[in-house]
Design a protein around this ligand. Sequence first.
Ligand SMILES: [Mg+2]
Length: 298
Amino acid sequence: MVATSVAMPPVATWHWLRGWARLPRLLADRSRAPLPDRSRAPLPDRSLEPLPDRSLGPRADRSRAARPDRRIAPSRLAAEPARSAAEPAHPAAEPVRLAPRRPSAPPAAAPSPLAPPAGPSPSLPAAVLFDRDGTLVADVPYNGDPGLVVVMPGAREAVERLRGAGVPTAVVSNQSGVARGLLRAEQVEAVNRRVEELLGPLGPWMVCVHGPEDGCRCRKPGPGLIEAAAGALGVDARDCVVIGDIGADVEAARAAGARAVLVPTAVTREEEVAAAPEVASDLVAAVELLLGPAEGRR
Ligand SMILES: [Mg+2]
């Protein structure tokens, strides 16, 4: 104890003096070592660091997270999965495929083996011009009595089919009984009104009241009544069809350049039938020649 007390002061003194002796050398070494240049060291720019966005998850593109597209609802942005770098940043820039404005046309139905072969549908006539006596109504010679008017078989159906098809009609009739002094014009008109009561409106009525010796152009087989009816309807006579029961009707149609269909009756001569370009058994059959068969008859 005594030895320690005697020896320690000299040892401590020696270490103290040795430390002071190394001080100048240490100062000289620090002056040669470069101090870190804090002016050139880049300070971390925290303004460029994105704010943590927990909604994008750990793999989200932080640069996009720092500039969120405000056209996207935040709820959608939060629900979006993280995109890869190849994916477009803005869904609005993607091409938009618009829905068709009209439904697509249904596929064409396969032709039924029972259906008739498709062919060119006949073009509709511009108008159908009916003879009156023996065609629309029974022929009562020089009839002036509306009470004697009887509609011919199939006349109503034929007229209705033409109306349904939008084909205009008219009536062209010789009434030579007026010229012969057997009828008055008023009686002719009364019979005509009765015909329309039974068949409905038939369009313009073109009536010739001349006799065979008058030399008029309107009396059939002249073309005058056909031309007048076509003119009243505003169509070309050559686009019309005349339906009658005797040769004079066919000849009048031919003279006007119209198509003729003969519907013979008991008074029709055989040579008139033979000379007719088209013959039908009744009025319905005649209209079918023009419009094609009706729905129920196909
Ligand atoms: Mg007739």
